[in-house]
Design a protein around this ligand. Sequence first.
Ligand SMILES: Cc1cc2nc3c(=O)[nH]c(=O)nc-3n(C[C@H](O)[C@H](O)[C@H](O)COP(=O)(O)OP(=O)(O)OC[C@H]3O[C@@H](n4cnc5c(N)ncnc54)[C@H](O)[C@@H]3O)c2cc1C
Ligand code: FES
Length: 281
Amino acid sequence: MCDHNKNIYLPYLATVEEVIDETPDVRTLRLVFQDEQVREGFNFRAGQFAEYSAFGAGESTFCIASSPTRKGYIECCFRAVGRVTESLRRLEVGDTMGVRGPYGNSFPIEQFFGKNLLFVTGGIALPPLRTLIWNCLDWRDKFGDITIVYGARTEADLVYKRELKEWEARSDVKLVKTVDPGGNGPEWDGKVGFVPTVLDELAPTAENTIALVCGPPIMIKFTLPVLEKLGFGDEEIYTTLENRMKCGLGKCGRCNVGNIYVCKDGPVFTAKQVKAMPLEY
Ligand SMILES: Cc1cc2nc3c(=O)[nH]c(=O)nc-3n(C[C@H](O)[C@H](O)[C@H](O)COP(=O)(O)OP(=O)(O)OC[C@H]3O[C@@H](n4cnc5c(N)ncnc54)[C@H](O)[C@@H]3O)c2cc1C
Ligand code: FES
């Protein structure tokens, strides 16, 4: 966070520069900080999150979904599920909202240099990995093979459809997209099946590979054993958690699991760290 922001709870003002409807209920906002100093000084790493506020409604926690390599703006992508997200959804281009952050740890991207990357994700859980995907694609020569397995319930539920096309067209990325059985229309050119099943069939190598997994709990539950079967160790699998949060700063105690504060110690954890968390998680 920039030093001049004395009150840690005070959001920066940001203007909505672009509104993109990803699905009927999922929306991307591209935001530009109004203060030039903040605009230039706001640095973040892939995996960090922010608190986004709609005036009169409150704050919501979302990952920063754009890549730190793309300067001058940040993006968030959210599903309208409640009071704050419904208010944020009503914002139009030119409107003002608040953003405070960036918070949390991040993906240790430098440790991935020279390795293959396997992204496994589902539904609205693509945004927390999309920041890292673009970061890695912008530094493409630092990594080996990049494979993305992405699934959604139906074709309509896939987010970033234009970027999926872009990744599909690249020769240096392998995108495997899938929808649940019954979720495909007549034009569908991807796989049909649940993400863990598709991953199992694809059987990517675990050798010199880091797996980055983010999705609904049910997807994670069935994906981890597949990765294990493929030979991935618990320290070669990373995920990002979405516990309930309020302050984002390690002060309110809303997000903790045992003695771990997801907002400060996370939200990025290895599978080894997640398995060591108390059973309540
Ligand atoms: C680190 C982190 C990153 C996140 N990134 C994103 C993102 O990129 N895009 C996105 O759409 N959402 C993301 N979330 C979840 C998001 O914060 C909540 O869905 C949102 O705050 C709900 O706000 P609301 O006031 O509109 O809904 P509320 O009125 O508070 O709740 C509406 C419904 O959502 C449920 N809910 C609320 N908070 C959470 C939560 N943290 N996890 C699961 N369910 C919740 C409630 O139980 C209720 O059923 C993230 C959460 C965390 C902690
Ligand atoms: S969200 Fe307040 S302590 Fe983590």
